[in-house]
Design a protein around this ligand. Sequence first.
Ligand code: GLV
Ligand code: MN
Ligand code: MN
Length: 405
Amino acid sequence: MSDTFDALWAALAPLGRHRTTGGYRRFTWGPADTEVRAWFTAAAAERGLDVRTDRNGNLWAWWGEPGPDAVVTGSHLDSVPDGGAFDGPLGVVSALAAVDALRARGVRPARPLAVTVFVEEEGARFGVPCLGSRLLTGAITPGRAAGLTDAAGTTYAAAMAAAGLDPEHMGPDPDLLAGIGAFVELHIEQGRGLVHTGHPVGVAGAVWPHGRWRLDFSGRADHAGTTPLADRSDPMLPFAATVLAARAAAAEHGALATIGKVLAVPNGTNAIPSRVRAWLDARAPDEAALRAVTAQVDAAARAAATDNGVLLTTYQESASPIVRFQTALRDRIAAVAGGGPGEPVPVLPTGAGHDAAVLAAQVPTAMLFVRNPTGVSHAPDEHADTADCHRGVAALADTLAALAG
Ligand code: GLV
Ligand code: MN
Ligand code: MN
């Protein structure tokens, strides 16, 4: 089992990795994404799994005929800009390795079993995270998804078509969903919860509510060396005030708020920008705290824009409500992963979004976490020890065996 995990991991590792940063740039429907999808299709086919692409481009590798009451496991292969190797791929590689482990044990699942790869989980290219699972469940309309654009103005529909898939068929698939009896996503932990408990593996309890907002500060372009301060409409100033307000609001409400992406136009050293576009990512333990944070940031951004003669428009790009995973499935898996009912692995909340959280609205869903020694994620230094990855595969194989029989 560890051999097959290691071989799969080694084969996937070079794909989409940036030569100088060492981070991954696997952006949905781009060349690296096409490579990792082809890698998955080949690896699944080598195992005799029947690989199908659903109407939204998500990949499903079936062991047995699809549905009913299928046990499904998987994650995603796309990345954030300069992302780590584990966020997403660990769940996909572990799923394939778990299939190998079950076969090596002579398990013949009584229920159909599938390994999935969801499309555009990070929302790095088109802005809305978990797009594949949102489309599948109807949490986003195909019309809205089709019209999303990347930084170059390419629409989601055009990018999907360029990758050889037909965007006309996008949309909810209630029949496919109705055939899923349980979905389990294994993921690297994006924090140090398991380091503190001393366990290599845990299960997810809840996913914090979170969302993304785009803020457009529009001012007036002018000369940096000649325009008196009093005559400026500089959108950089309310933008800067908003970054600080986000930090303060998050601290006040026990939440998290980040502005990690910003575009200044025209981006010249000696010119006052005409526009600054920024994206706010906010997350909190509960919906009330999240609302309080975003209201506070919005008020601060508006006040600073007014003070500086700048126009502000805002747009919510995505909303992800709080998700509490079903306790029965969660506790069952915690016991299986711990090796028995007396020693369940820990249950942890997370501020990170996942396809599992989207599916949880319609399917019994659970997540397994693998220890991350530093907690770093969405960065090239993201890491899990190989021995812990192997324990994750074993826990996933035990879980699938328990669920699928
Ligand atoms: C996805 O990893 C997210 O939480 O943004
Ligand atoms: Mn991620
Ligand atoms: Mn992920």
